[in-house]
Design a protein around this ligand. Sequence first.
Ligand SMILES: *Cc1c(COP(=O)(O)O)cnc(C)c1O
Length: 433
Amino acid sequence: MLDLSTVRPASAAAFERAKAVIPGGVNSPARAFGGVGGSPLFISRADGPFLYDLDGNRYLDFIGSWGPMILGHCHPKVVDATIAALKNGSSYGAPCELETQLAELVIEAIPSVEMVRFVSSGTEATMSAIRLARGFTGRDRIVKFAGCYHGHVDSLLVSAGSSALTLGVPNSPGVPAGCTQDTSVLRYNDVAALAELFAAQGDRIAGVILEPVVGNMGLVPPTAEFRAELRRLTRQHGALLIYDEVMTGFRLGYGGAQALLGDAPDLTCFGKIIGGGYPVGAYGGRADVMRKVMPAGPVFQAGTLSGNPVAMAAGIATLTELKTNPPYARLEAQSARIGVGLLEAAKHARVPVQFNRVGSMWTLFFTDTPVTDLDTAKTSDVKRFGRFFWEMMDRGVYLPCSQFEAAFTCGAMTDEHIEQTIAAAGESLKALK
Ligand SMILES: *Cc1c(COP(=O)(O)O)cnc(C)c1O
């Protein structure tokens, strides 16, 4: 690893200044580069597929703000729509038609969603969805899967993925035991354990929440049998099936993971892309369940800035662009090409890896064990990943700063950018020797 203070002095100075006033110098731990050793780059601006740091370096951005920027940064249609909305006032605390428009777009895109409520983050969406599942069923127990991340909700912060995993705090201090006593954690893709739990306590389970394709332990796809059993068992026992599509929604196709897989959950959580780069989350699903949300029903949930007009305008512009000029076929082809290229490069360099991918989400795991759940993800050599990360950074490619995160290809990348990335990976993998 290079010494940031000599190589990127402006970022190093900005980080020192931030650390004095913001815990760890960052407002979300995934940004702190704790998983790769070193300190974060401070970004001065972004454009198309590129990020620019304070020292004037340019990087091909495979994070895209951790998912939202599927069209690339500063897409002209999103910028124009946002500025137009801003000139009409930035918040009303009263309903406006932009909220209905975005709701109609979401419902049209996702057949299992009949009604939708907007909130301001993915965390709020999952928190509200499990409250609704409990309120609707009159039951307390929630089932989640090790390595899935559903935001920093108290009751879901057990065996969580993303930075909770990278930074080694699966159970955070400050989460009382009482908050997680009604949460069961199972292994992802483990059909037998799921069947066993439902046989023992099926009548106490309010809902099962999962990432239908996991991004937060690195990319891990579900098996067909796992998905089929989830749907069958939840239906049989009257529990709600909740797909957390905060990352996969409008990413794995316009209809998200559920359209790609052909699934119909009872509730779905959204975030990231749905706000076009602004703080928006949403939860939606069956109308009979959603009508329990206040003021239509008794389950309380509220938000001063929920349905914010500027954020709604950015979301509408993003979804409209994704619908009218779908980038998905090109993202699929480019991401598949990355897979072929990286596997070839790793073979040349004699570095054992696994490449997991669904659509434009992918992870290169530094292990010779196929990765299907958290335990197998953890067989990865994270030190080697950290060295690879910095080698790529020095070649102008900005990857997620943890082995346990998915990278995202974005619509602003050209085939030339993809080839540059593969060439950089070839050199970087060789440099690991
Ligand atoms: C990012 C993410 C969240 C949390 O969303 P925030 O907007 O960060 O609160 C929840 N679930 C999944 C699957 C995510 O990827």
